[in-house]
Write a protein that binds this ligand. Sequence first.
Ligand code: PLP
Length: 353
Amino acid sequence: MEIRITKTTTPQTMPPEDKLGFGKVFTDHMLLVDWQEGKGWYNARIEPFGRISLHPASTVLHYGAEIFEGLKAYRREDGGVQLFRPMENIKRMNRSAERMSLPEMDEKDMLELLTTFVKLEEKWVPKSFGTSLYLRPFMFGNDEALGVHAVKNATFMIIASPSGSYYKEGINPVGIMIESEDVRTVRGGTGYAKCGGNYAASTRAGERAAKKGYSQVLWLDGVERKYIEEVGAMNVMFKINGEIITPMLTGSILPGITRKSCIEVLKTLGYTVSERLFSVDELVEALENGTLEEAWGCGTAAVVSPIGKLAIGDKEYVVGGGKIGEVTGKLYDILTGIQWGKRDDPFNWVYKL
Ligand SMILES: *Cc1c(COP(=O)(O)O)cnc(C)c1O
């Protein structure tokens, strides 16, 4: 794929690494590719970062035709930059596109767009452990008409944001509450797709939980309101009696790359990992009889996020003594070690630029 590059004439400098936060600072450039039915992908270009202009009838503004990905570029100690399992993000983006009637893109082309863009923005990959350049590929339907159908025009973009360490103040276990009213998605819906609409629909519950002093909600399935699905925008894992349990991918759960990587690491370490339906009743039983040893969320942003408190209805339980558990800590060390290049990568997950 030919990529036309127009460099900015006003390059910016990165704020101090300890002031970055998440998703607030953007790099000098952005990448765009257009798609039209019958013509395919065309006009791949990197331009100075800035506003984009849309027709007021653009499909994305009315019918939510939007998908995205999230991955990071990591700085190694030797100064080099690397990605973590980027092909997994690329494949998932295409699965999301298929679900939302958006166009798919050749995997190699998408990888080339990603690596060309990151190489151009290399100076924006921060250096301290825990910091990264967060990459946000996304795509939206962009027909300039109000009729409802699979789009005939779309735009693929990549923007990037240097981000601070998720755990600047150390890994503190979070409090979560079971959401009994809203559901994130349903089987047959869009749960397995990384689409903006899923987020729009789940924000209300998150805000209500925050008002009650909890940082995330634990989502239940939308059909029986019985089985645990995810925590906030992360996948979730439990350790009960030595066994690791994580909800199976029923279609309403986002197939996280961190989830997949945790499962592979845990199996290598000799743990039994069960991907299955896991009900709230089973969780309550394990909390009541003291067999719930650890619980954690997992996703690219936090890597792992230990759960220290769990509210179910009017009851609040402490999980794992409110501290980070042994397995949670191990997963954090191993995954971050591989991602920042401090450890060997026996799985071949790292993609060096
Ligand atoms: C992105 C996402 C995750 C985590 O996926 P990773 O690939 O591990 O970052 C989990 N749940 C939801 C709803 C997500 O959008």
